[in-house]
Design a protein around this ligand. Structure first.
Ligand code: PFF
Length: 459
């Protein structure tokens, strides 16, 4: 997928070659964006934060903060053509500021490691649910039985550990061989297939779920139900779902040929990602209400509602299997983006082979993952700050590290980089460019800062 020649010999050359085409780049970024965040996380945090108002804030954050930050990350990555740490250091100096900007890259690498530590556990659940689907365990089961199946499974740390280990191994193998091989094929097939399956499930939700109740829960804003912490969660989710502000997209941008339009690619990715998340909500909430479940149920929401529906529909075993296989693929292509920055950094900075670096970082993440594995079993009652270890790692990364990274990237692209550099990368200096620049200079930093301080009680 990465051809070894640079597209423009006059410019800086990526150490790893370039994406073979614009489509490949869009597929890789979409593969990274579409994942558990859309189908597992979005519905449950929307449910926990009261629905409508949360969704509205989320959409605002995705389009007016997330998208400009995504464009910034791609353009920074393409200009630096290194791993995120080296790129920030290089451009910081080149743009007449400081080499210390590398710490933004470091923050991203650490966020990636922490996120993957729990992401891999949830992806392990997904993998295990493939087995439960194939063996027909949902057929005819009641809501209680499906709920018990979920809590018995997540409460059994040995089974979850096996699934987590398997998923981490799959991720390390792909990264060790180089992201190029295989990823393109996987994403080319996975995203459209996931979309088709979600549309089929939407048909089911319309026919058999409480569709109007689900729609009104998702789209009727009740701002009274929304707290500042909820607004911060919506913002964090916008970053999380687009895979931004932690260097993953920057690392992919480093391999992007000069002639590709950054704006066009970003719009395509943001629309695909948002579409799948909204679709997931439209499938899940009607089923929640039809079955008398609680939308604020938390991380188990998808693992209870969908199996319940699969258990009742004709051909449910077949659809359940395909669904969990696709979700595992979606998680897999996202996990690659989480691991890549740390591995690229270790390879370039410490001259490790890709294999060594992948095993080292993967091993560390695997170990850290046990904190989340045990959060649903042995250590479920070990609570501090935001809840279990899983809750804390999630809160720290999504609601603190990603927004902080987002501010830094927006400030860097909007204030540190000179107008010429950014307009050259974005290929425009017209109205669209001016709007982007306004968003990264003013709206994004101010909005993130404001929400952040409100949520932690400083305003
Ligand atoms: N965007 C992914 C999801 O929604 O599941 C999660 C993710 C992947 C976040 C890669 C960050 C990242 F670098």
């Amino acid at each position: 997928m990465l051809s070894q020649e640079a597209s423009n010999p006059g410019r800086r050359i990526s150490l790893h070659g370039n994406w073979s085409s614009r489509t490949t780049f869009i597929l890789a970024v979409t593969g990274s964006a579409v994942g558990l965040g859309n189908i597992w996380k979005f519905p449950y945090i929307a449910g926990q934060n009261g629905g409508g108002a949360f969704v509205l804030v989320y959409l605002f954050c995705v389009f007016l903060i997330g998208m400009p930050v995504m464009m910034s990350e791609i353009l920074i990555g393409r200009r630096g053509r290194r791993n995120p740490v080296a790129t920030m250091e290089l451009l910081g100096e080149e743009e007449g500021s400081s080499r210390r900007w590398k710490w933004v890259g470091v923050l991203g690498v650490i966020a990636g490691i922490l996120i993957l530590s729990y992401y891999s556990v949830i992806a392990g659940w997904t993998l295990a649910y493939v087995e439960k689907s194939v063996t027909g365990q949902f057929v005819g089961a009641s809501a209680e039985e499906i709920g018990r199946l979920f809590s018995d499974f997540t409460g059994n740390w040995v089974s979850v550990s096996i699934a987590h280990t398997l998923f981490m191994a799959l991720t390390v193998v792909v990264i060790a061989r180089g992201v190029e091989r295989g990823l393109e094929q996987a994403v080319r097939f996975m995203v459209p297939a996931l979309l088709v399956l979600m549309l089929a499930l939407l048909g089911y939700a319309i026919s058999f779920g409480s569709f109007s109740e689900g729609v009104s829960f998702m789209f009727t804003p009740d701002f009274g139900a929304l707290t500042w912490d909820g607004v911060l969660a919506a913002m964090g989710q916008a970053f999380f779902t687009l895979s931004i502000s932690m260097g993953a997209i920057m690392a992919y941008g480093a391999y992007l040929p000069e002639e590709t339009s950054i704006t066009g690619a970003s719009i395509a990715v943001v629309i695909a990602d948002t579409g799948i998340a909204i679709l997931a909500g439209l499938v899940i909430f009607p089923l929640v209400f039809a079955n008398g479940l609680d939308p604020a149920d938390g991380p188990g929401l998808v693992f209870v509602t969908l199996p319940l529906a699969f258990g009742q529909m004709a051909g449910g075993t077949f659809f359940a299997t395909i669904f969990f296989v696709l979700l595992t693929f979606a998680a897999w292509t996202s996990a690659l983006g989480l691991l890549e920055p740390a591995v690229a950094w270790l390879v370039e900075r410490h001259y490790r082979s890709r294999l060594q670096a992948s095993i080292m970082v993967g091993g560390l993440i695997w170990l850290l993952g046990f904190g989340s594995v045990l959060s649903f079993s042995t250590l479920a009652d070990f609570r501090f700050w935001r809840g279990t270890i899983f809750d804390n790692v999630d809160y720290l990364t999504s609601n603190i590290m990603l927004p902080l990274g987002g501010i830094c990237i927006a400030v860097f692209a909007g204030w540190v980089m000179c107008r010429n550099s950014t307009s050259e990368e974005l290929g425009s200096s017209g109205t669209g460019y001016k709007f982007w620049r306004f968003l990264v200079r003013y709206l994004a930093p101010v909005a993130i800062m404001f929400v952040f301080f409100q949520a932690i009680g400083l305003l």
